[in-house]
Ligand binder design. Structure first.
Ligand code: C2E
Ligand code: MG
Ligand code: MG
Ligand code: MG
Length: 281
């Protein structure tokens, strides 16, 4: 099919818009068969204790390598998968793979998995989580699901009920990209999050000395402390940023300074060294 098929009219005024729409269409089609074609894999980024640098776990981050397009960033394809209603099957694959891989390590570190709002608005998601745990044998307390504030912006109580049932399974929840959404804080009173992840934009701002960013991190740390939650600073790239967020009271840190997202085997080796475990391959 020609690239111009059906798009000739827009092409003359809005070449960029047209390109974007065409690219999206092509990527969406490719995305439909990405899992079955084994084009996806997970990488694991270390999360460490701010004060000691001790490893506490990993965040599983999805990677897509298409045979022609190469590596496509999740920043691009996750929103596309959400719009095309493909995030449920892809997310299910992510959850099963993360639980299987982590269970095989047999090392007591926690694995965090990102979950899209779309997945949480479906009551069937509870059994997807329960099955991933049962089939892998991963203890529920070693799984953490990362959700964003946007999940609370939609009407209805389905997502809140789903989150409650996931907590009942013994799985932990963290609140991702905190401070970048537009939601009210009310939900913090009724959903038990173990930790709040402070978005990288505030970390960067704080280390540049931006007063507002520093004030926001202080306020989030105070809020989390008073609610009995931990705080994780995201995207820490330098020693300076590490010292800054540590001084501001963040309990955990994650970022290139401590480690990039790693292939599964490298993450396992890191975990073995960090925990002094001698688990066999
Ligand atoms: P996120 O959950 O906030 O993940 C953190 C992102 O920051 C990751 O980008 C990670 O590679 C990046 N990062 C970590 N440390 C640093 C740092 O020091 N500097 C910089 N510049 N970046 C850092 P990534 O892997 O490209 O993922 C982007 C977003 O895509 C994630 O943001 C998450 O929202 C989404 N995503 C990734 N995997 C999944 C998944 O399996 N399911 C869903 N629903 N979303 C996912
Ligand atoms: Mg995340
Ligand atoms: Mg995040
Ligand atoms: Mg983020």
């Amino acid at each position: 099919r020609s690239k111009d098929a059906g798009g000739g009219v827009f092409h003359s005024y809005e070449p960029q818009l047209h390109m974007a729409a065409e690219e999206r269409r092509v990527l969406e089609i490719a995305l439909r068969s990405a899992v079955e074609n084994s084009e996806m894999h997970l990488t694991y980024q270390p999360v460490v204790v701010a004060a000691t640098g001790q490893l506490t776990g990993f965040e599983a981050l999805l990677r897509w390598t298409h045979p022609q397009f190469g590596n496509v960033s999740p920043v691009k394809f996750v929103p596309l998968a959400e719009e095309a209603r493909l995030i449920a099957p892809i997310g299910e694959w992510v959850l099963r793979t993360a639980c299987d891989e982590a269970a095989r390590w047999d090392i007591p570190v926690r694995i965090a998995v990102n979950v899209s709002p779309e997945q949480l608005h479906n009551p069937a998601f509870v059994s997807v989580v329960a099955q991933a745990l049962a089939q892998s044998g991963l203890p529920p307390e070693r799984l953490e699901l990362e959700v964003t504030e946007s999940v609370f912006m939609r009407e209805g109580t389905v997502a809140i009920e789903v989150l409650e049932k996931i907590l009942d399974l013994g799985v932990r929840l963290s609140l991702d990209d905190f401070g970048t959404g537009y939601s009210s804080l009310g939900y913090l009173a009724h959903t038990r999050f173990s930790s709040i992840k402070i978005d990288r934009s505030f970390v960067q701002g704080a280390s540049k000395g931006t007063k507002e960013a520093i004030a926001i991190i202080r306020a989030v740390v105070a809020l989390a402390d008073s609610l009995g939650m931990a705080t994780t600073a995201e995207g820490v790239e330098t020693e300076e940023e590490h010292l800054m967020v540590q001084q501001l009271g963040c309990s955990k840190v994650q970022g290139y300074y401590f480690g990039r997202p790693l292939p599964v085997h490298e993450a396992r080796v890191l975990a073995m060294h960090a925990t002094g475990s001698s688990a066999a391959a």
